[in-house]
Design a protein around this ligand. Structure first.
Ligand SMILES: C[S@@+](CC[C@H](N)C(=O)[O-])C[C@H]1O[C@@H](n2cnc3c(N)ncnc32)[C@H](O)[C@@H]1O
Length: 255
């Protein structure tokens, strides 16, 4: 796919094979085409490795965190469980929202919490809202530890951001889907892998071995779940789709 942005005419031109389509940048389609190219640039340039939240590195496209914040405010979960801690920035982000909201706890699971990351998270003012569990997110003893931190009747939101192979994300969806109630979500991140295959630091199997295929298989096998984009709570523009590393990430429990 070749995307050309003509700022003088306010157009984006998308060429796929022999076909060429022009969109005005003022349309949702034009915005989506330009955004797709921009997201590819954020991948190639490692732009998402340039942010911190309250002092801790957070490896996310900021727009994904702002959109997730909209869901957190709307759902007001008692517990947010995230698999994949890394430097802890995303845990601190959720905990800081909960601190401002006056309710909510965070459970972070990682197969390896490096000593310097653990030390920084434990010294952080938001740590009072965070529990850390070290181990593989799908290991039975880890799942038991997560469950033990959730009280009956609590509203739980889950974010999956650990190992992004199809098999692991599918196992996580099956396990963590059981933790959430009707109306809540398991957010399976980083389905962008399919879209950036061929770019630097990508694998040959990323077209199928990614969270997106796991999400689609999971909702096909378990009818209690659907993929549902949370609507933007405020929108005076023409765009209704997220600019995201997380396509189709919001897996909602409906039964
Ligand atoms: C993309 S990083 C997480 C980024 C973090 N959520 C953030 O927003 O800054 C992925 C993390 O998943 C962890 N990980 C990999 N395999 C895992 C597994 N099987 N279970 C739990 N964590 C795993 C890695 O150690 C790594 O820290």
């Amino acid at each position: 796919m070749i995307t050309t942005i003509d700022e003088e005419r306010g157009e984006v031109i998308v060429k796929t094979g022999d076909s060429e389509t022009r969109y005005s940048l003022s349309t949702a389609e034009g915005f989506a085409a330009a955004s797709r190219a921009w997201v590819r640039a954020t991948w190639d340039s490692k732009y998402v490795y340039s942010f911190a939240w309250m002092g801790r590195p957070i490896i996310q496209l900021p727009e994904d965190m702002v959109r997730l914040q909209e869901v957190i405010w709307d759902l007001k979960p008692d517990v947010l469980v995230e698999t994949g801690v890394a430097h802890g920035g995303s845990l601190i982000f959720y905990a800081s929202l909960f601190e401002a909201m006056g309710k909510g706890r965070v459970v972070g699971v990682d197969i390896e919490i490096r000593p310097h990351n653990r030390q920084a998270i434990e010294a952080h003012p938001m740590k009072k809202r965070i529990d850390l569990i070290e181990g593989s997110s799908t290991a039975p003893d880890v799942l038991a530890q997560v469950k033990a931190l959730i009280k009956p009747g609590e509203t739980v939101l889950v974010v999956l951001d650990s190992n992004h192979t199809k098999a692991h994300v599918l196992d996580e969806l099956r396990a963590y889907g059981e933790l959430i109630g009707i109306g809540s979500y398991v957010v399976a991140t980083d389905g962008i892998m399919a879209q950036v295959k061929g770019a630097p630091r990508t694998g040959d199997d990323w077209d199928w071995n990614n969270p997106l295929t796991a999400i689609h298989d999971f909702v096909a096998e378990d009818k209690r779940f659907i993929v549902e984009e949370p609507a933007f709570p405020f929108n005076e523009g023409v765009v209704t789709g997220r600019v995201t590393y997380w396509p189709d990430a919001f897996v909602k429990r409906i039964a």
